[in-house]
Ligand binder design. Structure first.
Ligand code: NAD
Length: 366
């Protein structure tokens, strides 16, 4: 793994620490014992409504929802009532920058369509707030770099919403791989897709989504493969197919790609917006294999090993864990465990996948 990544030991330690709600020295001086960090949610769509806000209300030990940013006044009324937010803590996209003067807000969580991540992350950093940005980090590697630079310039932490990195089944598989429990991993298969509905949604518009299934859910398979192998890919070969060229006129429908790693390991990955059921990875090692299926769900992930043992844990809420880890990192002034550099690495691979599709050639990286 790239040396700018936190070591696995650091990662596990961070998770352990995040589980303890403790008093801290805070980001702007002394933090009151037990006081939670305030989160402003930007974009009140499906993920914010169904996952993040409930996680903040019910499960997070270190964060709480204190502000919202929405362009829809009717949503603002409902959220104020549901979460007890004062009118002073409701912003829209024009008043967003005024978050700078709200001392209750420590973290801005960007949950907007992909192509808006860069602008709002940069504005959030300029407002002096730490930023948690949903995946994919941005729609280009160049934008990822601008986001990293803006957060560095503002001396604010940046984290990407890679919830699976906090998921116990994923962590166990990473342990099986890094500790070579079945010997060295030789080959990885990973795939994630779903049948997308409404043809009018932003996920099918290139200008807002940046790409199709790959940007949205293929990125989970990409992350799983990179972390199971423990190296960065050096050669990418990809092909795309469209069975519905009308619905998928602007973005990719189904992509299959391979990644070759420096040590010779190969990963074969796939993603689609046009069929259900693929939500898995399997790592083949010298003396056996291990897999998760389902692998990337919000809950209910489970796995198996070639020695017939099950991989099954009680899993805490992934969004609460992710938020609490970020808060812990902020409070302890430590680097983010899911850094902007990590998001940038994925965007570089995604760009290489699209380049390989466009040229029909294998693309070299690194
Ligand atoms: P959504 O369509 O349900 O919500 C998007 C929100 O953005 C809406 O509230 C919408 O009003 C707002 N918005 C502002 N400007 C907009 C514009 N110009 N066009 C369209 N919408 C606009 O989407 P979502 O499923 O909540 O996804 C939001 C982000 O979260 C995406 O980047 C997605 O990749 C990510 N996501 C991550 C996970 C995860 O498990 N980590 C899961 C789902 C989505």
């Amino acid at each position: 793994m790239n040396t700018t990544n936190p070591s696995r030991r650091d990662f596990v330690r961070a998770l352990g620490a995040a589980a303890i709600a403790a008093p801290f020295v805070g980001i702007a001086g002394a933090q009151e014992p037990g006081k939670k960090l305030g989160v402003a949610l930007v974009g009140l769509g499906s993920l914010s409504t169904k996952q993040i806000a409930p996680a903040l209300a019910k499960s997070s030990k270190l964060c709480k929802l204190v502000a919202i940013v929405t362009g829809t006044p009717a949503k603002a009324d409902k959220w104020m009532a549901d979460y007890g937010l004062p009118k002073t803590h409701v912003y829209n996209y024009e008043t967003f920058d005024q978050l700078a003067t709200n001392p209750d807000v420590d973290i801005i969580y960007v949950v907007l369509p992909n192509s808006m991540h860069a602008e709002y992350t940069i504005r959030a950093a300029k407002a002096g707030k730490h930023v948690l940005c949903e995946k994919p980090m941005a729609t280009s590697a160049a934008d990822c770099q601008r986001m990293i630079d803006a957060c560095k310039a503002a001396d604010r932490l940046l984290a990407i919403g890679y919830r699976c990195q906090f998921e116990p089944h994923h962590r166990e598989c990473r342990r099986l791989a890094s500790e070579k429990v079945f010997g060295a991993v030789k080959y990885v298969e990973a795939g994630f897709g779903f049948k997308i509905g409404d043809p009018a949604q932003w996920r099918l518009r290139k200008g807002l989504a940046g790409g199709g299934a790959l940007m949205d859910v293929g990125i989970y398979a990409l992350q799983a493969a990179r972390f199971l192998v423990g190296e960065e890919p050096i050669a990418i070969s990809a092909l795309e197919t469209k069975t519905d060229p009308v619905k998928f006129a602007e973005v990719d429908e189904t992509i299959v790609w391979t990644m070759r790693f420096p040590g010779g390991v190969v990963a074969k990955c796939s993603t689609s917006y046009n069929f259900n059921g693929e939500n898995r990875f399997r790592a083949y090692a010298e003396k056996g294999w291990f897999e998760l299926d389902p692998a990337y769900s919000y809950a209910g992930n489970s796995g198996r090993r070639s020695d017939k043992l099950e991989i099954k844990f009680d899993a805490p809420d992934q969004f609460a864990t992710e938020l609490d880890d970020f808060a812990q990192r902020i409070l302890e002034k430590k680097p983010s465990s899911v850094s902007g550099e990590e998001g940038l690495r994925d965007l570089r691979v995604i760009e290489a996948i699209y380049q390989s599709i466009a040229t029909g050639a294998t693309v070299k990286l690194g």
